[in-house]
Design a binder for this molecule. Structure first.
Ligand code: FES
Ligand SMILES: [Fe+2]
Length: 319
């Protein structure tokens, strides 16, 4: 389970996608998860597999904050405990539980921790601007046909901007083509911050890599704040769910959401076909591709991926 993506928090969907009365299925790193809301409205998650006959719990319903299997009506609470078995009042329900996964809600998104249990040793983190009271958050989802590591590297790569995005976010770099640009990387406890520098001076704008799979792009603006965040969520070897979030402290009425979402989608669509053409779909070790100085940020991610994530998976649970 959770092949090459173990023991990390990842957003998996937007809060509004999870209703009180209906579960939501998400696939993360090859593992299907059923999300639902408990009686208090807090998100809960279990492996999307009923311990009785293996059917998808996400096809069931939510009754009084418990997830009810669609097949024979067994019901499970937020911790995966079996709380009801129709026809069998004498059943030893303590042996009939589903497998719980830690879940959380933060910054308008639903998160899971890719481990088993109801609690993880840490909590997820997002950039501060997503948590401020005066921030308006909106977001959209896209599915790309490639491994998440290619998408993640694309998000950390500034040298493609004046080519792929020459008419949008890369416009200011076009006049500098032909010059030398440097990459400045700042280490933080959550990951690292990337800036470019021209003739020794940092240029406006910066992006953050937040482990394991988020990028925050800070758009330079005087007095206003706009942060575009992309989470690259592994679905399986060939598919990635992108959660594209725009957080702003201006133009806050919901009616403007559509504008920010459309801009976010348009920028991502500029990358999409190019990134999906990467061969192989999963990033190979650095030695398998040619790199130059301006690939510093993506190479750093590659090192992180191969040292921390690649090769680990949770053992299959019994039953
Ligand atoms: S398969 Fe879930 S209750 Fe039977
Ligand atoms: Fe891009």
């Amino acid at each position: 389970m959770f092949q090459d993506f173990v023991d990390v928090w990842t957003p998996v969907a937007f809060s509004g996608q999870l209703r009180a009365d209906r579960p939501l299925r998400v696939s993360v790193a090859g593992t299907a998860v059923a999300l639902f809301r408990d009686a208090q409205g807090a998100p809960a998650a279990v492996l999307d597999r009923c311990p009785h006959r293996g059917v998808a719990l996400s096809l069931g319903t939510v009754i009084q904050g418990g997830l009810q299997c669609p097949f024979h009506g067994w019901r499970f609470d937020h911790a995966g405990r079996c709380v009801h078995v129709p026809w069998n009042p004498e059943a030893r329900r303590e042996h009939l539980g589903a497998v719980a996964i830690p879940a959380y809600e933060l910054a308008g998104q639903l998160w899971i921790h890719t481990s088993l249990g109801t609690h993880a040793p840490t909590l997820p983190t997002v950039h501060d601007s997503l948590l401020e009271a005066q921030t308006r958050i909106t977001g959209i989802e896209m599915i790309w046909n490639t491994h998440w590591t290619r998408v993640m590297e694309n998000m950390l790569d500034w040298s493609h901007l004046p080519f792929v995005h020459r008419a949008s976010i890369g416009r200011t770099l076009v006049p500098l083509l032909g010059e030398r640009l440097d990459t400045l990387i700042e280490e933080h406890e959550w990951g690292w911050r990337v800036r470019t520098a021209h003739r020794g001076s940092p240029r406006p704008g910066m992006l953050d890599f937040r482990r394991p799979n988020q990028m925050n792009l800070h758009i330079p603006m005087t007095r206003r704040r706009l942060t575009l965040t992309v989470a690259c969520v592994p679905i399986d070897e060939r598919h990635t769910r992108l959660l594209l979030v725009a957080a702003r402290n201006f133009a806050r009425p919901a009616i403007f959401d559509v504008f920010f979402n459309r801009a976010n989608r348009r920028i991502a669509e500029e990358d999409r076909a190019i990134v999906e053409s990467s061969d192989p779909p999963e990033i190979p070790p650095a030695s398998a591709e040619r790199s130059v100085r301006t690939d510093a940020a993506t190479l750093r991610f590659r090192k992180y991926y191969f040292s921390r994530l690649k090769g680990d998976s949770l053992a299959r649970t019994p039953g």
